[in-house]
Design a protein around this ligand. Structure first.
Ligand code: HH2
Length: 261
């Protein structure tokens, strides 16, 4: 899953794709590099980010979706109206970082469309989530949350085989908690749905490498984390540098499953 933020303030690519023509070009490049999906978001969820209005989010996202008919797209939104309009244009997956909790209409919109959904764990909300995240046992707590949200999605009429789950790296977690979640991914895989991991360029990577104030991780560090996640059962990876991840994960998969050469 290639990341395409059509926002002025996202933590790595903020501003780069604010013009819809640039965003469409970036999406086509991500597909050419091997992305199976491109995830288009009009609201930053970085720590401290402020929410945007429905009109502003639609204004950012819709012109890009309209220029990419028939492409395999996901929409990164917690607003049912944005999801509904995106699904009308054929978007395949709703990536809702609130896991259907923010907008009471979201589950119904997804259920009615038959689309895929990603349910992500977040403690608090983007404005406050990094202030003082607290868990008993972070892996057990996140697993219990994802099990509960999966049950809620199914109860709302979303087919279980349309769901993927995400431990939400950086969404209300300290560096040691993020590392524990990556190391404990097999616990999330045991829940059933495919596990998606978004660790690409996140600040945890910079901090592990010795930069305590680091805000953006390198692509090499991102790939290391993605391969570690693959080894523990993750099958979906939300990444910025698609070409490098496709190569690295192809090798990791060949080591795991073999390859015909
Ligand atoms: N991370 C971000 C946004 N959406 N969705 C999923 N499923 N998993 C993630 O880990 C995830 C996500 C945050 O990263 P980014 O989009 O690069 O930045 P911003 O939120 O500032 O736009």
């Amino acid at each position: 899953m290639g990341v395409l933020n059509v926002t002025p303030d996202s933590f790595t690519d903020g501003g780069n794709n604010h013009d819809p023509r640039d965003a469409v070009e970036t999406a086509l490049r991500l597909f050419a590099e091997g992305a199976a999906l491109v995830d288009i978001g009009g609201e930053s969820t970085r720590p401290g980010a402020r929410p945007v209005s429905l009109d502003e989010e639609l204004r950012r996202v819709m012109p890009v979706l309209e220029e990419l008919p028939g492409m395999a797209l996901s929409v990164d939104t917690s607003k049912a109206e944005v999801a509904r309009r995106a699904l009308e244009l054929g978007v395949a997956l709703v990536n809702d970082v609130s896991a259907l909790r923010l907008d009471p209409d979201m589950a119904g919109v997804i259920a009615d469309s038959g689309a895929y959904v990603c349910l992500l764990h977040m403690q608090g909300d983007p404005r406050t989530m990094q202030l003082e995240p607290r868990y008993g046992d972070v892996v057990a707590d996140v697993a219990a949350f994802l099990e509960e949200r999966l049950a809620a999605a199914v109860a709302a009429g979303i087919s279980e085989d349309r769901v993927c789950i995400d431990p939400g790296i950086g969404f209300g977690k300290t560096v040691p908690q993020n590392l524990a979640l990556l190391n404990g991914l097999d616990r999330f895989c045991a829940i059933g749905p495919p596990v998606l991991v978004g660790v690409s360029r996140k600040s945890t990577l910079a901090r592990v490498l010795g930069d305590p104030g680091g805000r953006v991780g390198s692509d090499a560090a991102s790939i290391g984390a993605a391969v570690a996640a693959f080894d523990r059962g993750a099958t979906l990876f939300r990444v910025h540098d698609v070409a490098a991840h496709v190569e690295a994960l192809a090798i990791a998969a060949a080591v795991e499953h073999g390859a015909e050469c």
